[in-house]
Design a protein around this ligand. Sequence first.
Ligand code: FUL
Length: 454
Amino acid sequence: MCSTRWLLPLAVVVSTFAGEPAALPVPNAQQLAWQRHEFIAFAHFGINTFTDREWGEGTEDPRLFNPTDFDALQWAAVLQEAGIKLLILTAKHHDGFCLWPSKLTEHCVRNSPWRDGKGDVVREVVDALREKRIQVGLYLSPWDRNQPTYGDSPRYNEFFRNQLRELLTNYGAVDEVWFDGACGEGPNGKQQVYDWPACYATVRELQPRALIAICGPDIRWVGNESGVARENESSVVERDGGLAWHPAECDVSIRPGWFYHASQDAQVKSLATLADIYFKSVGRNSVLLLNIPPDRRGRIADPDVARLKEFGAFIRGLYATDFARTATVKASSQHGPAAGARQLTDGRLDTAWTPAEGQTTGSVEFDLGQARTFNVARIQEVIALGERVRAYHVDAWDGDEWRRITDGKVIGQKQLCRFPETTTQRVRLVIDDAAAAPAIAEFGLHLNAFASAR
Ligand code: FUL
């Protein structure tokens, strides 16, 4: 990205309130890029795929791992077409089986018949993702039901750190490291106590650009496995007595289970359900992490491929028509020529409309040229400057007066506000309150085929 693009809006907003607001938390560069992905994926794949289980015991025979037609490029092509920007692979799940030939354990692909024990799933997946320009994430389960040292806390912590080191050294850049919170007792009957600071130090040393998710400081679990964020989900949280940037990730599986089970082939989530999840995650200022579990062939199963194709088309279609894009716009005020209302419809997240100096409220009116029918308003803030808006609403002109069609408190990366179909020529966005000069990047009006009020 051209760095000067940032200069103008940043300078405008910063100079407006120079020295005034207490510093608002902002994302670091990696968090910002990650939030802009909006839609990412999980691939749960491993020994459970071949035992038809969700949680393995750790005693499974590695020879059970034998995909018949493993094709990571098929995964990557399917993800790319759906618009997915990053894939997190379960390099090791709770059963301890490693999808790469680890020097630290025998419980790994080296002892499987797949590719005569010479295969490396992590390698093949990483290479395929790179080919399709999809970023790489790795899930390494701290809970390890195979490791004899598990529960002997210092010894297992050392093993886990070395395992992490191996994984984060040999496969190039990793953008997300996923640490699940599951924790159990080891064979000695003792609860394992993880050494998180040491784990974080290892990630920072080997992959300084990687974001640490869930049991980690960079990305927050949204709190359920249904893919649903709260209304007004904020990326700002309280931590250690202060405020910190900790954006939410909404994980959910495209099927009932996290791993592939042939018995669930008819239970792939419908397009309407996925669309609803999209509005409740991406449309609520969060990242959607959709699990797509490869099957025993080592390919994404046909029903999932078909659904993802539809889902990708649905997302593209939602944005393809934007009635605000060609609207005549008029702001209550603006902070200089570079921060006018036209910035709201220029398709760029690094330019913004900002009201006149000193103002934390204001409005922008959109004349659509003719009456249009829509049921979604898209609002996006310049989150590089923090979440500034504290209250907003959107009105439609009904011929006599302004009628409120939606409102909220948090905007952040993206709000997709759903409301009953509305037909009008005039719409306005009103910022009712903000912690500092509001910097609104984008405003759009769309028609969602799966209409239902939020
Ligand atoms: C959970 C795990 O126990 C599940 O098996 C799955 O990996 C999910 C994403 O996280 O905590």
